[in-house]
Design a protein around this ligand. Sequence first.
Ligand code: NDP
Length: 247
Amino acid sequence: MGLLDNKIAIVTGGARGIGAKIAERFTEEGAQVVLVDIDQESAEAHAQAISLKGAQAAAYVVDVSNTDAVKELVTQVVKRFGRVDILVNNAGITRDGLIMTMSEKDWDSVIAVNLKSVFNFIKAIARPMIRQKAGSIVNISSVVGLIGNGGQFNYASSKAGVIGATKSAAKELASRNIRVNAIAPGYIQTAMTDKLDEKAKNTLLELIPAKSLGRPEDVANAALFLASDLASYVTGEVLRVDGGMAM
Ligand code: NDP
């Protein structure tokens, strides 16, 4: 028996990195997963790779910042699968730069993909989850949403916003048996952090008590816990997965 047997889960940004690992981990525990990504080729390839292991995964191509497209996607998924038990808002981007030189475009795109997407999905999914009288939503924030970071004014603002959104939605939806939690990963080995040079990585390691970067599976296991009934009395929580970096 798996922790997510017969559950239907939507994972945004599920084509690669942390989202891909969350999708994989969920299917290992019995869930059927809907991968939502802007990258069609990678999303379809990952869904196929999961299916080859005998689990069920479907790929949908949507820009998570597009309100109408997200509404339509959720309608389609509910129609196809009959319900959505779990939503993981994971898709995210960085457009780093110093405040004084940051363009309006870089501010807007990071807020749209990282924060407006959370509004889009929770608004669209609240009604079906209320109707089915159950649901678990996991939002992927970041430690920089808790402690800030020079050079990431837009990104840290979006991730702090995700924490506010998580707690507000948790308060609104708790009486309907819908839990809403967030994960604040530290530095995790993915394409997002591969961009850092050796010097930057070494500087980072100095800040992490565990003295290592995290792995996508570390975040996936935390997401599994929060999504599953193991966390049935946990809502509005922000779980750091950061090797102690932000304690
Ligand atoms: P990746 O860049 O590896 O993966 C993100 C995925 O989201 C990609 O497949 C990307 O597609 C997709 N995506 C980007 N924009 C959109 C969009 N508008 N609509 C739909 N899908 C989109 O990121 P990570 O796996 O590293 O990060 C996942 C989440 O974890 C993010 O929210 C990130 O902020 C957060 N996080 C990551 C940390 C890290 O150290 N890696 C630390 C803390 C938080 P494409 O490849 O085409 O861009």
